[in-house]
Design a protein around this ligand. Structure first.
Ligand SMILES: Nc1ncnc2c1ncn2[C@@H]1O[C@H](COP(=O)(O)OP(=O)(O)O)[C@@H](O)[C@H]1O
Ligand SMILES: [Mg+2]
Length: 244
């Protein structure tokens, strides 16, 4: 689905924030990207979407090197960018307008999605009237409405309190099976990364490490209390804090 080969990028010439970095994401996988703040996670997403161009290396999507990468990807930036003057319904409709689909024909489909996202009663509400969890679900739904199979989500639950985040996890684990999307997910929450992911990439100044999560699906949020998850978390913490 996505293959990154020997990617190097720096905002200033001669001072790369990462060098020769490679990673792969297979169709249908849920892959998290973790790492210290400033390690280049959001920059990596902006490179994948084509908002930035690599200094060296290749970004291959579906076996091709597309000129217009954003056209292949649904991207949810770190800050949710719902338009404050549009209702939930009209925010979710946005990618379809850009794609020139007609509003009438899509209304039913959007209502069905709003229902699954727990937003049915809020379709005419404005973003400022929503709770944090609802806003993130609306932004996520808008990303899904792009119709793309590869979704990049940059800390979608990062600003939520821990109880709301738990609810979002159980909701996401619940619909994950039906979505049939490939997701790359940035988080600084290790528990969240383990609970949701098939694999985790740890990004540091010194390189990138892959970590496989051998937990069967479907998964329950209760897993966070189990010893297997706690041990994985310890191992990840050790990888993050060790010297190189
Ligand atoms: N537009 C920019 N211009 C210059 N430096 C930037 C810009 N955006 C990010 N950086 C720097 O690049 C590094 C990686 O940033 P970022 O990708 O946002 O990290 P992360 O998402 O892992 O916290 C940081 O040192 C940050 O200060
Ligand atoms: Mg970031």
């Amino acid at each position: 689905m996505l293959s990154i080969k020997e990617l190097t990028y720096g905002f200033e010439a001669g001072r790369p924030i990462f060098e020769n970095l490679s990673l792969d994401v297979k169709p249908g996988e849920f892959v998290s990207l973790i790492g210290p703040s400033g390690s280049g996670k959001s920059t990596m997403f902006r490179l994948i979407t084509g908002l930035l161009e690599p200094d060296h290396g290749e970004i291959i999507i579906d076996g091709k090197l597309p000129e217009n990468r954003l056209g292949h990807i649904g991207y949810m930036p770190q800050k949710d960018l719902l338009l404050p003057w549009r209702t939930v319904f009209d925010n979710v409709l946005l990618p379809l307008e850009v794609g020139k689909s007609n509003r009438q024909g899509k209304a039913q489909e959007i209502r069905a999605w709003l229902e699954r996202f727990g937003l049915a009663d809020y379709e005419q509400a404005y973003p400022k009237q929503l709770s944090g969890g609802m806003r993130q679900r609306a932004a996520f739904l808008r990303t899904i409405m792009t119709g793309k199979n590869l979704l990049l989500l940059d800390e979608p639950f990062g600003a939520l309190d821990s109880l709301t985040k738990r609810k979002m996890h159980s909701w996401l684990l619940g619909i994950w099976g039906e979505l049939q999307k490939t997701i790359m997910f940035i988080t600084h929450d290790l528990e969240e990364a383990i609970l949701l992911s098939d694999r985790i990439y740890l990004m540091k100044r010194t390189g990138i490490w892959e970590f496989k999560v051998h937990l069967p699906r479907p998964r329950s949020p209760e897993l966070i209390y189990q010893q297997t998850l706690i041990s994985m978390r310890k191992e990840l913490e050790w990888l993050i804090h060790r010297e190189s």
